[in-house]
Design a protein around this ligand. Structure first.
Ligand code: 1CP
Length: 358
């Protein structure tokens, strides 16, 4: 693994609501950003991406910076999320992976055997295009706006590698986990340095916080999560601890495993929309003590109109307040329970953000 030093040029943010919420201060307003806030919902995104492949765009500094900033300009969110993808570090390491429009990441050669695992390249170099893009973004953000970097967690990345593409049931992945646990553990162990290195590249370039996306971890039982996944996500978050930037950990449908996931060691736990935040906080606090909550508006509510949206936002804020008052959480970052849905109207996102800020 290559070594990186902490960026000497890290910005010092003043009254940034997202960081204040994480650090136990009272934010000037409820911090909010939306997963998948960049991308398909924005006409200006479709325009700049025209004729350029998704993964290619992630390696073009000016373009990735522009796409990252588009939702910040349009919606007045409190954080930018780096425009990238969970398979970018794999591509940077030399893995033959493409993002097929309307489908997602697809691999030329899925990883199925111990030999495949041994031949999987490890990312041990800088990713200068991503670092340069982050440099451009940071010049454009003001002191209240945080830049969140991210990486896919080893389980979610492994699912794409083993299945060869997006999967509904993750059956090949679970088959390896249970049928050939040695190969499974070897694969997870092999992904750790690539993920850590990709996060360090972003930290070195100056990101203000990071999110580990274990999007599909909710497909696992708590027992399997704990045995086959938790040690590796823990290792990654531990490696990042020395850089003292906030760590957010998120997965979809993880109500049953929130306690187990909280053991991996993030400051913030992302919660999907299926679990009320006060219940989520109880599950987290019972295992790891109180943490900051992030979430958890159902992305479908962006289609429901102003009144239902306003009611749901109020409910979620009240549940977060209940969790904090009960000592089960130390703060709240507003977000969706998963990413912005493909057909969401950009103006409806702006309206939701202003309702959340009100
Ligand atoms: O604003 C943002 O959040 C955009 C940046 C971003 C992020 C955080 C993209 C761009 N991808 C991701 C992470 C990502 N990629 C995750 C974790 C977050 C989540 O759960 O949504 C996952 C699971 C992926 C894998 C992926 N990449 C999918 C899902 C496929 C499946 O299994 O169902 C898809 C469709 C992509 C392509 C992709 N990544 C990003 C965009 C804008 C797109 C669509 C681009 C296109 O179709 O051309």
């Amino acid at each position: 693994m290559s070594s990186h030093s902490v960026s000497a040029t890290r910005r010092v943010l003043h009254n940034a609501p997202l960081l204040d919420a994480i650090n136990g201060k009272t934010p000037t307003r409820t911090p909010v950003w939306f997963m998948r806030q960049a991308g398909r919902s924005l006409p200006e995104y479709k325009k700049v991406r025209e004729g350029i492949g998704m993964l290619d765009s992630c390696f073009m500094p000016e373009l990735l910076a522009e796409i990252t900033l588009q939702p910040v300009r349009r919606h007045d969110v409190d954080a930018a999320i780096l425009f990238s993808d969970i398979v970018v570090p794999l591509r940077a390491a030399g893995v033959a992976v493409e993002i097929v429009p309307g489908r997602g990441p697809v691999l030329d050669a899925p990883i199925r055997t111990r030999e495949d695992v041994s031949n999987l390249p490890i990312l041990d170099v800088d990713v200068p295009e991503v670092a340069a893009g982050i440099g451009i973004i940071l010049k454009e953000l003001n002191e209240q706006q945080a830049l969140i970097g991210f990486a896919g967690a080893p389980f979610t990345l492994a699912s794409y590698l083993v299945e060869g593409g997006p999967s509904k049931n993750h059956e090949k992945t679970k088959a390896m986990m249970h049928g050939d646990p040695e190969t499974w553990h070897a694969l997870m162990q092999r992904l750790v340095p690539t993920i850590v290195n990709f996060l360090k590249v972003q930290i070195d370039a100056g990101i203000d916080a990071m999110q580990l996306f274990d999007s599909w971890a909710g497909f696992l039982t708590e027992r399997d999560y704990t045995e086959f996944v938790l040690p590796y996500s823990t290792e990654i978050l531990q490696e990042i601890e020395q850089y003292a930037i906030p760590r957010i950990h998120f997965g979809v449908g993880t109500g049953e495993i929130l306690g187990a996931m909280s053991r991996a060691g993030s400051e913030v736990m992302g919660v999907d929309w299926r679990v009320p935040l006060d219940k989520a906080a109880e599950r987290i606090a019972a295992v790891s003590g109180p943490k900051v909550l992030q979430g958890n508006l159902d992305p479908a509510l962006l289609f429901a109109g102003t009144d239902p949206l306003t009611r749901e936002v109020a409910r979620i804020k009240a549940e977060a307040a209940t969790a904090i008052a009960a000592g089960n959480a130390t703060g709240h970052i507003f977000n969706l329970g998963h990413g912005v849905l493909p057909n969401t109207v950009a103006e409806d996102i702006t309206e939701a953000i202003s309702i959340i800020h009100a």
